[in-house]
Design a protein around this ligand. Structure first.
Ligand code: M7G
Ligand code: MG
Length: 316
C-alpha cells in the first residue's frame, strides 16, 4: 500500500514541477483503474474520477512536495491522459471529452440548505476557495442520491454541521437556472454559536452568518452584490421566497436590540480562530483540526471515503 510516489514526498524534485510518471501512474491506478467497471463506463464518469485524483494531487502530493506544480483540472486531465496507458488512445479527443464533462457538470441537480439563526435575521453563507463569491452551502447530487440526502451531505462537507435531524423534506425553495435545478431546504433556528468548519480541503475559504437585510437586492440575479458589497452567487434569486417563508414562521428567539449588526465570520481558512457569539471573543475552535479531503463523489455509487481514509492512514 505504501508508495512514496503518491505523496510525492521522496520523489526527486523536478525543476519543472511536472509530476513524475510514477506518481501519475499511481494516481491513475488508484483513482481511475481500481474502481468498479460501471464507474468507467463513460468519459463523464471517468473525468469525475480524474477530478478526484486531481484533488488528491493538489491537497496531498503538492502539499507534501512543494516542488510539484499546481495544475488546473484541464491541465491535470491532459497530464493523466498522456501518462496513463489506458487513457492515451483518447488524447486526440481530450478537448471534446473535457467540454462534454463541463457541460454535463452544470446539468447535475444541486441541493443544499438555507440555514437561519434563531432570530431568522441571519443566514449561513460559505465563500468558495477560488472565487470571492458567497453562496448557500450546496452541491451536486451523486448518482441515485435523494435531494435531501445530498443537501445533508453537502452541508456537512462544506460547514461541518449535521442538519439531518433538522431538515424537513417538504420545506424548500427550488429554482431552475438554465439546465440546472437548485433546491435549498430551509433549516431555521440554528444557534449562532454553533461551531462550523468545512470537511473538504480547498473548497471553502470562509463561513459566516450574513445578515439577510444586507443581501439585497431582493430581485437579484445569479451573480449579485449585497448592500455592503458582498459578492453573491445564486443567493439573491432565493431571497424573495425566503422572505415569504420567514413572514409565515415565528423565529424561536426574537431579535435582540443589542445583537451584532454586522456579519459574523465563523471560520476562515488558515486561521484556527473563530468568533463565538456568546462571549464575542476570539477563541480556539477545538473541532477545527483542519479539513479532511473531499468526500463528495459526484455521480458514483462507489464510496470513496473509506478509500481516502485508508490512503491517509497509510501515508500519515
Ligand atoms: P464541487 O464538489 O465540484 O462542487 O466543488 P459542488 O459542491 O457544487 O458539488 C466545487 C469546487 O471546489 C471544485 O471545482 C474545486 O475547485 C473545489 N473543491 C471541492 N472539493 C471537494 C475539493 C477538494 O477536496 N480538494 C480541492 N483541492 N478542491 C476541491
Ligand atoms: Mg460541495
Amino acid at each position: 500500500m505504501s508508495s512514496p510516489a503518491l505523496t510525492g514526498a521522496s520523489t526527486v524534485p523536478l525543476k519543472t514541477g511536472i509530476p513524475p510518471k510514477e506518481l501519475l501512474d499511481d494516481l491513475c491506478s488508484r483513482f481511475v483503474l481500481n474502481v468498479p467497471k460501471e464507474d468507467q463506463q463513460s468519459f463523464e464518469r471517468i473525468l469525475f474520477l480524474v477530478e478526484y485524483a486531481h484533488w488528491f494531487y493538489e491537497d496531498n502530493s503538492v502539499e507534501n512536495n512543494p516542488s510539484l506544480k499546481s495544475f488546473t483540472l484541464k491541465e491535470f486531465t491532459s497530464l493523466m491522459f498522456n501518462s496513463c496507458d489506458v487513457l492515451k488512445p483518447y488524447v486526440p479527443h481530450i478537448d471534446d471529452i473535457f467540454k462534454d464533462f463541463t457541460s454535463y457538470k452544470v446539468r447535475v441537480p444541486v441541493t443544499g440548505a438555507i440555514i437561519l439563526d434563531q432570530t431568522y435575521e441571519r443566514c449561513l453563507l460559505v465563500k468558495g476557495w477560488k472565487g470571492t463569491s458567497w453562496s448557500f452551502p450546496r452541491g451536486k447530487k451523486n448518482k441515485d442520491e435523494e435531494d435531501h440526502t445530498c443537501a445533508i451531505r453537502e452541508v456537512l462537507e462544506e460547514t461541518g454541521f449535521d442538519v439531518s435531524k433538522l431538515i424537513n423534506k417538504d420545506e424548500f425553495i427550488e429554482m431552475i437556472f438554465g439546465p440546472q435545478r437548485v433546491r435549498l431546504y430551509i433549516v431555521g433556528g440554528v444557534k449562532d454559536d454553533t461551531p462550523f468548519a468545512p470537511r473538504t480541503k480547498k473548497e471553502i475559504s470562509e463561513i459566516a452568518w450574513q445578515r439577510l437585510d444586507e443581501l439585497q437586492p431582493v430581485y437579484g440575479d445569479v451573480i449579485s452584490h449585497g448592500v455592503t458589497g458582498l459578492k453573491l452567487y445564486m443567493v439573491a434569486p432565493f431571497l424573495k421566497s425566503l422572505r415569504s417563508w420567514i413572514s409565515l414562521h415565528q423565529p424561536p428567539v426574537l431579535p435582540k436590540p443589542d445583537a451584532p449588526v454586522r456579519a459574523i465570520s465563523m471560520w476562515k481558512q488558515g486561521s484556527s480562530l473563530v468568533t463565538t457569539m456568546k462571549s464575542s471573543s476570539r477563541v480556539s475552535n477545538s473541532s477545527n483540526k483542519g479539513p479532511a479531503p473531499g468526500q463528495s463523489f459526484r455521480n458514483f455509487q462507489l464510496d470513496v471515503f473509506p478509500l481516502l481514509q485508508a490512503i491517509e492512514t497509510a501515508f500519515s
